[in-house]
Design a protein around this ligand. Structure first.
Ligand SMILES: O=C(O)CCC(=O)C(=O)O
Ligand SMILES: [Fe+2]
Length: 311
């Protein structure tokens, strides 16, 4: 494999090859670029339209949907709130979080707060509830290929993610007055969840840290997904699949003065799932790093405290 360029993989490829190719890209980069993913394109287009319209509203309007003390898990989180673990400066972004819609009385509501929905723009709730379901579906498909690569049954992840605490994030990095490129819009970090499916990275700026310590761009073709491994899957696989550090840097030149919009779906385990190292990922050369299991919910809250979203 070319050590510096992420291959573009088609989700429509025969499944045996795909498990190998996705697995190789994840093992080497912790990232994969995925086209032909089958996300409903009209719905995605509508999602972008509403994302732009939401963030174009005045600060006071948006702040009505900020939940003080909510750990940024739902609704609106203002500019410069989140900070990467160990970073000196807050990220130059604002975002909106959509969680799973639960039926009344669902016991999962104990660890998954209810969604809040803005009164404008119109169709926000319908559109993002539908997009959430689309990401959930494609994410499960990608996980089934990962399962095969790990020597597990293709449906191994299904019960682990049924009712999972996944989050759809709508991100806006506003233009920075006077900035000519290079400002760090999102500090170097790893994602907390199992895998992340991201749309919008054709606007330059997303970079990942290679194993030998160089930043390289993640530049997907238009409409393709950038998929990356998060800390929960790294832990479950005893680091066989690495959760790779990434950041968003303001691009140089004329794009520096533009907004960046992106849409990551953080695919999470069920809150009560116990993350126990997969036996197939333990060997003499790679002894079990996590002999004590932890539930997905405990793990999440430990991490949210570290990134300034929870006290
Ligand atoms: O905006 C992007 O391209 C990346 C966002 C990201 O890494 C995150 O929100 O965790
Ligand atoms: Fe990230």
């Amino acid at each position: 494999m070319n050590l510096d360029t992420l291959p573009v993989l088609s989700l429509a490829a025969p499944s045996g090859n795909l498990a190998q190719d996705l697995g190789a890209s994840f093992q080497h980069f912790g990232f994969a670029l995925v086209k032909d993913h089958g996300l409903d394109s009209a719905l995605v287009a509508r999602g972008w339209e509403l994302t732009r319209a939401f963030f174009a509203q005045g600060e006071a309007d948006k702040r009505r949907w900020h939940i003080a003390g909510g750990g940024g898990q739902r609704g609106y989180t203002p500019f410069r709130t989140e900070i990467a673990k160990g970073a000196a400066h807050h990220d130059l972004k604002e975002f909106w979080h959509v969680g799973r819609e639960l039926a009344a009385g669902d016991p999962l509501a104990a660890t998954m707060p209810a969604n809040v929905w803005p009164d404008a723009p119109e169709d926000f709730r319908e559109t993002f509830t539908a997009l959430y379901a689309e990401f959930d579906r494609i994410g499960a498909e990608i996980l089934s290929h990962i399962a095969v690569r790990l020597g597990l049954a293709p449906d191994w992840f299904d019960p682990a993610i049924a009712g999972g605490n996944s989050i759809l994030r709508l991100l806006h990095y506003p233009p920075i007055p006077g900035e000519t490129g290079g400002a760090i819009r999102a500090g170097a970090h790893e994602d907390i969840n199992l895998i992340t499916l991201l749309l919008g990275a054709e606007e330059a700026g997303l970079e990942l840290l290679t194993r030998d310590g160089r930043w390289i761009p993640a530049s997907p073709p238009r409409g393709a997904l950038v998929v990356n491994i998060g800390d929960m899957l790294q832990r479950l696989t005893n680091h066989v699949l690495p959760s790779t550090t990434h950041r968003v840097r303001n691009p140089d030149g004329t794009r520096a003065a533009h907004s960046r919009y992106s849409m990551p779906f953080f695919l999470h385990l069920r809150s009560d799932f116990a993350i126990r190292t997969l036996p197939g990922c333990v060997s003499a050369e790679n002894p079990d790093r996590y002999p004590v299991p932890i539930t997905a919910d405990e793990y999440l809250h430990e991490r949210l405290r570290e990134i300034g979203l929870k006290v």
